[in-house]
Design a protein around this ligand. Structure first.
Ligand SMILES: *Cc1c(COP(=O)(O)O)cnc(C)c1O
Length: 476
């Protein structure tokens, strides 16, 4: 009996050609390429087939059902995979959401060089070939006090290149307390190995003294490396050797000293109520041969790895074979230059670079922003007589720098909290996350969904209110 039924079910599956020529798809056949419709049809039919095999399907298949499902799939396939989202999580440098978003000035600069020819490698004064590296070098020197500068694809690339350039086939000394894993597959020991340097671990996890470096020094030492513990802290009974002390030791033995700073902070964050984070300027002033940092963490620019330091060292890097492989493209250079230009005026930088703006937003302003978001949601719901279905409130929260930066900074923040008896917070979270064209990402906490305005961009609040309304309306 079951056997016959299953066979009948299989027989009810239409053929691919039948589906594609179905009148139910006519309208779509014009707007969606045949290859996409074909893929969608095949995957739909395959899934139905496997449902029947598993015995989880007992009804015969209809053409309407198939075409409805495949249309949804085809529309999905027509969308770009990389799409903008609304970040209502309060996590500022959100690693999974693209880290920093760019200042308007940087976006404009990208659009300009992308849509016209540019002076990427052309010197207008001499009318001859120029270098792409000049566009950010002077600015980086001006802002950090370094003698020279160079930027590559990301900080992992910058670190790798420096280690390769200074300590290939030599020993690089690094404290056991700084054998960092940044996330993904970036681990200091692995980068060392890839760069051809022999890593020599010194000291212990919690304490490393200058004498540990001294004891490990020999004629084959190529580099003294200090890695900033950007995404963790060793607390309690600890000791680290200051960069300035390493610089002195390096100078005595003519060995370069490198600091991988990670975050890339150019302003004193303590002035904004945040914990101390060493600035690039401080490391340059301490005399490091090279300092490396990311362009898209706390600097708030595009993905890049920035290297600043002594002229001779940077000159060596520019000539290194990896320089070409790791070079920046013109859009990133444009975004980086525009972002750095904003740093000439700290006030302007803090106001216009989204990462800095979000990071330095005062708790009071965050409360006001949360209140205005709440009012917007409330009035959207009231207009349709649905506000009684939601419990809206302002909750005091902790925002995070994210991106492995400022791990101990609890940033006092306020969020809109939405709860309801009518549905689970998971259901609303899921609905908002699958919105098109702009998915909304919010945080679930304690039976409610939280919307932190700190990480929103202008106009996001209206979209959030609209989508909450459409969810609530779909529930009645
Ligand atoms: C983030 C980080 C890196 C890696 O930088 P990317 O820009 O992600 O390549 C390397 N070192 C430290 C200390 C970091 O914090």
């Amino acid at each position: 009996m079951t056997e016959i039924n299953t066979q009948e079910l299989f027989r009810s599956i239409p053929k691919v050609d039948e589906v594609l020529s179905s009148p139910l798809l006519q309208e779509y056949a014009e707007s969606i390429p045949r290859s996409v419709l074909l893929n969608a049809t095949r995957s739909t039919l395959e899934d139905i087939r496997s449902e029947i095999s598993k015995g989880s399907r007992l009804e015969p298949v209809t053409m309407t059902e198939v075409t409805t499902e495949l249309r949804a799939r085809a529309e999905d396939l027509m969308q770009a995979s990389l799409k903008p989202v609304i970040n209502a999580t309060g996590i500022i440098v959100h690693t999974n959401l693209g880290r920093s978003i760019l200042a308007e000035e940087a976006c404009d600069a990208v659009a300009e060089v992308a849509s016209s020819y540019s002076t990427l490698e052309y010197d207008l004064k001499t009318g001859a070939r120029g270098s792409r590296h000049v566009h950010v070098e002077d600015l980086l020197c001006e802002l950090t006090g370094a003698e020279a500068a160079f930027a590559v694809n990301n900080n992992a690339a910058a670190v790798m290149m420096c280690i390769a350039a200074f300590s290939k086939d030599k020993e690089a000394l690094v404290s056991r307390g700084q054998l960092v894993e940044i996330g993904g597959s970036f681990r200091v020991p692995d980068i060392m190995a890839e760069s051809g340097a022999k890593m020599v671990e010194i000291g212990t996890t919690n304490k490393t003294h200058l004498s540990d470096y001294e004891a490990a020094l020999n004629e084959n030492t190529g580099l003294l490396l200090k890695v900033h513990s950007s995404n963790y802290r060793v607390l309690g009974f600890t000791a680290e050797v200051e960069l300035a002390e390493l610089v002195e030791l390096g100078a005595t033995h003519d060995i370069p000293v490198m600091e991988d700073q990670g975050s890339g902070v150019l302003i004193d964050l303590r002035n904004y109520g945040l914990p101390y984070e060493p600035t690039v300027q401080e490391s340059v002033a301490a005399g490091a041969t090279v300092v490396t940092f990311s362009g898209d963490k706390l600097l708030g620019g595009p993905q890049a790895g920035i290297i600043v330091g002594k002229a001779q060292a940077i000159a060596k890097l520019k000539k290194h074979p990896l320089a070409r492989a790791l070079r920046l493209d013109k859009m990133t250079l444009a975004a980086l230059e525009a972002t750095l230009l904003l740093y000439r005026d700290e006030k302007k930088a803090v106001e216009s670079i989204p990462t800095l703006r979000a990071l330095t937003m005062r708790a009071l302003d965050s409360k006001a922003a949360a209140e205005s978001l709440l009012a917007l949601i409330q009035s959207a719901l009231e207009e349709k007589g649905l506000s009684h279905l939601c419990e809206l409130s302002i909750s005091s929260e902790v925002a995070r720098a994210g991106g492995g930066s400022l791990p101990l900074a609890d940033i006092p923040s306020y969020a809109v909290s939405l709860a309801s008896e009518g549905w689970s917070e998971d259901a609303l979270e899921h609905y908002l996350r699958l919105q098109s064209p702009r998915p909304i990402l919010a945080r679930i906490h304690d039976g409610a969904l939280l919307f932190d305005p700190r990480t929103l961009t202008p106009g996001d609040d209206i979209k959030i209110a609209e989508q909450i309304l459409s969810f609530v309306a779909s529930r009645i």
